[in-house]
Design a protein around this ligand. Structure first.
Ligand SMILES: Cc1ncc(C[n+]2csc(CCOP(=O)(O)OP(=O)(O)O)c2C)c(N)n1
Length: 304
């Protein structure tokens, strides 16, 4: 099976096109998962990152994926696809096939592939992220850990931040603040300012309210470069939008609010930056995902 990166290099020769294609790849992957769920093809649940694709592309582009480690969360598909592009193995994993990322045993939320790991336990990977950052100092690698605004109530997040600051661990904390946790508004569950959570620990921080890949890339590079060169943690707080339900049908937000949020769709912003025709790019991605999906479907089941 051709790798997505080969597809990307043959179809795009500039940054804007490559960004758009990668984000379209993630969006279309997620939309297919929702279709697969409706068709009863998937066991368990799934959380799509529709609306947040630019964060994944910006952050992964700022890392050295040969050596850096990434710890993700329940909303991990975009992070994973931007990390390695392996849609075939991710489909196979979610479909419970032997050929999946974790031989079909991890499912949608529990991935382990090279230096990429995810878990559905909110914030549970923060202490591990501090650990890999500490351990990998000698090879010049940094660690990134993704969190949501609804994870700000977990005590071990702050225990991890404390140690990261105390021991100068190169950890990039990325908070994807979409303003809602399942159906609970951030305003109902989180006191104070998320962007200021790093300050009491002496952790350099930045808040960026953007869904624009170019702005996000600049912020991601600034943060990752700081972590690598200074050997210290960084708290990057991204104010973003979740454009789909938390999981499948559990979106209680009024249609009017969703309509407003859709005006911030990162894919639309990225599309407007592409000089050529984007329908053809979407079609290339669609055909590629067809192939990945059909190959995964034909693979043997893991637990048969
Ligand atoms: C320790 C723990 N408590 C509760 C849950 C159930 N749960 C899964 S996702 C979620 C909301 C997470 O919200 P947030 O951190 O804002 O991330 P988002 O879903 O918005 O990406 C909850 C409560 C869990 N997975 N882990």
């Amino acid at each position: 099976m051709k790798h997505f990166n080969d597809l990307l290099s043959s179809a795009s020769n500039d940054q804007a096109t490559s960004d758009y294609m990668t984000m379209s790849f993630i969006r279309q992957f997620e939309q297919r998962l929702l279709d697969m769920f409706s068709q009863g093809l998937m066991a368990g649940t799934t959380h799509t990152c529709i609306g947040q694709e630019a964060n994944a592309v910006a952050i992964m582009g700022a890392l050295d994926r040969e050596i850096d480690t990434v710890w993700s969360n329940h909303r991990c598909h975009g992070h994973f696809l931007a990390y390695c592009g392996d849609a075939y193995r991710l489909f196979a994993e979610i479909l419970g096939r032997e050929t999946g990322v974790c031989a079909g045993r991890g499912g949608s939320q529990h991935l382990a592939w090279r230096n990429f790991f995810s878990s559905g336990i909110q914030g549970g990977l923060v202490p591990l992220a501090v650990g890999t950052a500490h351990a990998d100092k000698e090879i010049g690698a940094i660690t990134t850990v993704f969190l949501g605004d609804g994870t700000m109530g977990q005590g071990y997040v702050y225990e991890g931040m404390n140690l990261a600051a105390l021991w100068n661990c190169p950890v990039l904390f990325v908070v994807e603040d979409n303003g809602i946790a399942q159906t609970t508004r951030r305003t109902a569950g989180v006191a104070g300012e998320i962007g200021q959570r790093g300050a009491p620990f002496g952790i350099r921080s930045r808040t960026i309210n953007s869904t624009d890949i170019e702005e996000l890339r600049e912020a991601a590079i600034e943060a990752a470069d700081y972590v690598r060169t200074e050997g210290k943690p960084f708290w990057l707080h991204i104010e973003t939008v979740r454009l789909h339900a938390h999981s499948k049908g559990d979106d209680t937000r009024p249609e009017e609010e969703l309509r407003e949020l859709r005006k911030r769709d990162c894919l639309d912003i990225a599309r407007n930056r592409v000089s050529g025709e984007t329908d053809a790019l979407d079609e290339i991605v669609r055909a590629y995902l067809d192939q990945c999906f059909e190959t995964a479907m034909a693979d043997p089941e893991a637990c048969a």
